[in-house]
Each structure stands twice: as structure tokens, then as C-alpha cells.
Design a protein around this ligand. Structure first.
Ligand SMILES: [Zn+2]
Ligand SMILES: [Zn+2]
Length: 371
């Protein structure tokens, strides 16, 4: 049997002790003594600050550079990241860039979902699986020029202790109950944020739909989006990692994207990157073709149906291209304050045509296997 790499005792102890305390001491305290409103409020506040520092800061700002942020915002992310206790932003981003570059390749993806739920959720942090190879941080050279990232990296341990021990103790001192505050706002909050964000590497690669790509295991899942501050739209994220949004539709629950967008209105974030709508729609259409082709693969007339599907696919794709080209031209004309009445009418007609084409396409792809 192959020898397993050595256990990282500090991680194993920390994860085990905090988890055991969160499922025993916290509920026992809640039942026999009870938590007050200030403790619940601090629990919720610190949960959001630490969770969003990981998703908006570590993930979308530093690992993927999907937008720019002011120094005060970056400092809050750096402190919130230390509060979340998921390693420094530099280390985290290095791992994460590796994950995107080599997704699902067990030897290179640090938390490959192909290694199973346990490994991708937490197991990868419990042993020295990737002790050599990429921790020279050469894939995060750009971040090494970011003073706040390097400050956090250098003082990471002190920041962790300040944020996870001193801050909750101080809040407990202010509210008049140190133990209750510590159990809820430090221990329970840490465990909840840990496992919710770990779900992005485990469940978001196992459970959900693949509307944009099937080239990797990443999934879109609204339930997980709720638990992960919007990161549950992971299928979209793995194909369009440079977009500051993960939930691309306006109704998708993505508090991380709302935060980044709200901060941009106050001038604290800028240069928010969005993938062209046309590319998103084309990717979705292609997946629908792939799924419909699978559904008909057992039918005797599959070749005939496939030709029909491919013909329609090209047709709809052309409509998408024409519509978005005209739409872009209209926006340009508007921004230059040019006369755009004719262009406006053209866009309206193209939009209507595209909508009809998409309806027809949906009927065809949904019914093709019943024919
Ligand atoms: Zn990512
Ligand atoms: Zn992933």
C-alpha cells in the first residue's frame, strides 16, 4: 500500500477541536444558559465579514483579478481573511490559481474533486499532499507587488490571533459575557464559515447542473450559492473566471457580486470585469446541443435528429451573434449621442426574432428524444 504523506497536525487539531466544540459546547451552552441578541448579531456580522472577505477579496479580487479595489477595502479583506482562517491571501490565491489551471487533474489540482468529497472538502489540508511543487508562489508574482497582500502574509499568525481570539473576547467584554460571545462569534462562526466555503471545492464540483460547460466537474447550484455567498454558481465561474459575478442573472443570489457592485458606486471598487453576454449565451446554447445529442443517442433515427439539431443550433447561434452585434452598436451610438432610431428598431426586431428562435430551440431540444 502506498504510504500517505505526513499529517499536518496543526490543521488536523484545529479543525477537529473547533468542530467538536461547535457541535457540543455551543448547543449545550445555548440550551442551558442561552445566547443573547448581541451574541447572535456578532455571530452574523463576523460570519458575513469573514465569508465575504474570502469570496470578494481572496477569490474574486486577488486570485482572479476580476476588479480593482481601494486600500481600505483591501485592508478589510485582509483582516476578514485572517478571521476566516483559511491561510494568507497569497497562499490561498496560489492554490486557487492552480485549481483553475489544472482542475480535476489529481496530481496538480490541490483540491481535485476527482479525489472524492472528503479530500476536496477538507482532506487536502490534513496531510502534506502538495508540500513541494508550487509553493514558491511563482503563480502569484503579481500579488507579491501588492503591499497589503504581503503585509497580511508576513503578519498572518498575529492577525489570526487578534481577529479570532482578541476581537471576540473584546466583544464579549463589551456585551458583558465573554464565554457566550466566544462560543458563538468565534467558535461556531469559524466552523460555519469554514465548512460553507469548503463546500465550494467539494459539493460545488459534485452537486448541481452544468449549463455552460461539461469540460470539468464544476456545477451551478442555487442552494450552495445561498451557503457560499454566491459562489455556488461554480460551473459559470470555471468557464468565465474573469467575470466579477458568479451568479450571472440579476435574480441569482450572489451577495459577493452585490457587495462589489455597491462598493463601485461609492468609488471603492472599479474596473469590474464582465464577460460579453454573447459568449455566455453561446456557451449555454452549446451545452444544450450537447445534452440534447446525449438524449437522442439511443434512438434509431438519431442521425437524422442530430442533423436537425445541428442545423437549428447554427441558426440560433447566428441570431445570437447578430443581436448582440446590433445591441453593441446601439450602445456605442447612444454613448456618442448619435441618432439611433433606426438602430433601435433593428435591435428590437432582432431581439424578438432571437426570442422566437430560442423558444423553438427549447421545444426542439426538450422533445427531440420523444420523437
Ligand atoms: Zn475561482
Ligand atoms: Zn472549483
Amino acid at each position: 500500500m502506498k504510504n500517505k504523506p505526513p499529517v499536518i497536525w496543526i490543521n488536523a487539531t484545529l479543525f477537529t477541536l473547533t468542530f467538536i466544540a461547535a457541535i457540543t459546547l455551543v448547543p449545550l451552552y445555548g440550551i442551558f444558559i442561552g445566547f443573547n441578541a448581541a451574541e447572535w448579531l456578532c455571530f452574523a456580522l463576523l460570519m458575513f465579514i469573514s465569508g465575504l472577505s474570502i469570496t470578494a477579496g481572496y477569490h474574486r479580487l486577488w486570485a482572479h483579478k476580476t476588479y480593482q479595489a481601494s486600500s481600505p477595502v483591501k485592508i478589510i479583506y485582509a483582516l476578514g481573511g485572517a478571521l476566516a482562517l483559511q491561510n494568507s491571501a497569497l497562499h490561498w490565491s496560489s492554490d486557487h490559481r492552480q485549481h483553475h489551471k489544472y482542475v480535476d487533474i489529481n496530481e496538480k489540482d490541490p483540491y481535485s474533486a476527482k479525489m472524492g468529497f472528503w479530500y476536496s472538502h477538507i482532506g487536502w489540508m490534513l496531510r502534506e499532499y502538495h508540500s513541494q511543487g508550487y509553493h514558491d508562489y511563482k503563480n502569484v508574482r503579481d500579488l507579491q507587488n501588492d503591499k497589503i497582500v504581503m503585509w497580511q502574509h508576513k503578519h498572518y499568525l498575529s492577525l489570526v490571533l487578534i481577529m479570532n481570539i482578541l476581537l471576540p473576547l473584546f466583544l464579549g467584554f463589551l456585551s458583558g459575557n465573554i464565554l457566550g460571545m466566544f462560543l458563538l462569534a468565534a467558535v461556531a462562526r469559524l466552523v460555519v464559515v469554514h465548512h460553507c466555503t469548503f463546500f465550494i471545492n467539494s459539493l460545488a464540483h459534485i452537486w448541481g447542473k452544468q449549463p455552460y460547460t461539461n469540460k470539468n466537474t464544476a456545477r451551478d447550484n442555487g442552494v450552495l450559492a445561498f451557503l457560499t455567498y454566491g459562489e455556488g454558481y461554480h460551473n459559470f465561474h470555471h468557464i468565465f473566471e474573469n467575470d466579477y459575478r458568479n451568479g450571472v442573472k440579476w435574480w441569482h443570489y450572489d451577495p459577493t457580486k452585490w457587495l462589489i457592485s455597491a462598493l463601485s458606486r461609492c468609488g471603492q471598487t472599479w474596473d469590474l470585469k464582465r464577460v460579453a453576454e454573447e459568449r455566455i449565451e453561446t456557451a449555454r446554447l452549446k451545452m444544450q446541443l450537447i445534452n440534447a445529442s446525449h438524449k437522442i443517442s439511443h434512438l434509431p433515427n438519431k442521425e437524422e435528429l442530430l442533423l436537425k439539431l445541428q442545423y437549428e443550433y447554427e441558426h440560433v447561434k447566428n441570431h445570437i451573434v447578430h443581436y448582440y452585434q446590433a445591441h453593441k452598436a446601439l450602445l456605442e451610438a447612444k454613448s456618442k449621442r448619435l441618432c439611433h432610431q433606426e438602430l433601435s428598431n433593428q435591435v428590437k426586431i432582432l431581439k424578438e426574432n432571437l426570442s422566437n428562435q430560442l423558444k423553438h430551440w427549447r421545444v426542439l431540444t426538450n422533445n427531440s428524444y420523444k420523437t
